[in-house]
Design a protein around this ligand. Structure first.
Ligand code: G3P
Ligand code: CA
Length: 282
């Protein structure tokens, strides 16, 4: 009898160190399309999200900024130059002006019909097909607007579309996460940071706000970090720059990460499939 109990305890400990086997109904490790599928489509466009899902992504990640007329627009930078044919601040343009921009031609002239999507448009097209990580960009909190407008609007859109169970809200702004938690105690949150901050226990920080995951740059990954997150029941989810190598992704999986924000979802899907679903292989 005591041998059985001991075996069960060891099994439970191993499962904790390995992290959860699934998240919001999807088996881990999660293939997360980072801004969609920027390896083959212009980031944060409908074409990019469609491509990520076609390549086997379990989740798509997107970035939210606010337009001048307080509409939620899916675009990474606070300025327009890098990913559209516009100029200046996103927040100085109305939604109508932003919708007139080409968000795909810089990547491929055949995709010049891509527009910066609204959050509602993405939710309506993909909300029933995939998990969605909405990153509220910290810049959107620095506008001369009452309260935490971008947080309130984002949560209202999630609720309107009935996507509370299948979305995760993340932000580099801890204040934004605190506000989101105050508005909705059930919301899935992820703390987003380059890495652990000196003198702060990352798992405790995530637990303090009831987050489900810690999203961090791959350069900060260590086995100690993933194991401490798993002991706290949290997911370890790294992101990277476009230049991430296959060996860096493989290392993240080896160290127990529960998914990856991949610019090339197909490559990550192939890697995970080759490992036979990965959890079993650890
Ligand atoms: O959420 C992970 C990742 O998207 C954060 O970095 O710069 O791609 O928004 P960035
Ligand atoms: Ca992002």
């Amino acid at each position: 009898m005591s041998l059985i109990l001991l075996s069960l305890a060891v099994l439970a400990a191993l499962m904790l160190l390995a992290g959860p086997a699934d998240f919001l109904g999807r088996p881990t490790p999660l293939v997360i399309g980072h801004r969609g599928c920027p390896a083959r489509r212009p980031e944060n466009t409908m074409a990019s999200f469609e491509q990520a899902i076609a390549e086997g992504a379990d989740m798509i990640e997107l970035d939210v900024q606010l337009s001048a007329d307080c509409q939620l627009v899916v675009i990474h930078d606070a300025t327009l130059e890098r990913t559209t044919n516009g100029h200046g601040l996103v927040a100085m343009h109305t939604l109508e002006q932003l919708r007139g921009l080409d968000a795909g031609g810089w990547f491929d002239p055949r995709l010049a019909d891509q527009r910066p999507p609204t959050l509602a448009e993405v939710f309506e097209a993909f909300g029933q097909r995939t998990l969605i990580n909405v990153e509220i960009k910290a810049e959107a909190l620095c506008l001369p607007l009452p309260g935490w407008t971008v947080v309130e609007l984002t949560l209202a859109e999630i609720a309107r579309c009935g996507l509370e169970r299948t979305t995760v809200v993340s932000s580099m702004s801890f204040d934004a996460l605190l506000m989101a938690r105050a508005i909705n105690p059930r919301l899935n949150l992820a703390v987003l940071a380059h890495g652990p901050k000196p003198g702060i226990d990352t798992a405790m920080l995530c637990q303090a706000i009831g987050a489900r995951a810690f999203n961090f740059h791959i350069s900060s990954v260590t086995r100690d970090l993933t194991e401490s997150l798993h002991r706290a029941g949290l997911l370890a989810l790294p992101y990277a720059d476009a230049s991430v190598t296959p060996s860096a992704m493989a290392r993240a999986l080896e160290l127990g990460c529960d998914g990856f924000f991949a610019d090339d979802p197909a490559a990550l899907r192939a890697m995970i499939d080759k490992q036979g679903g990965a959890k079993a292989a650890r």
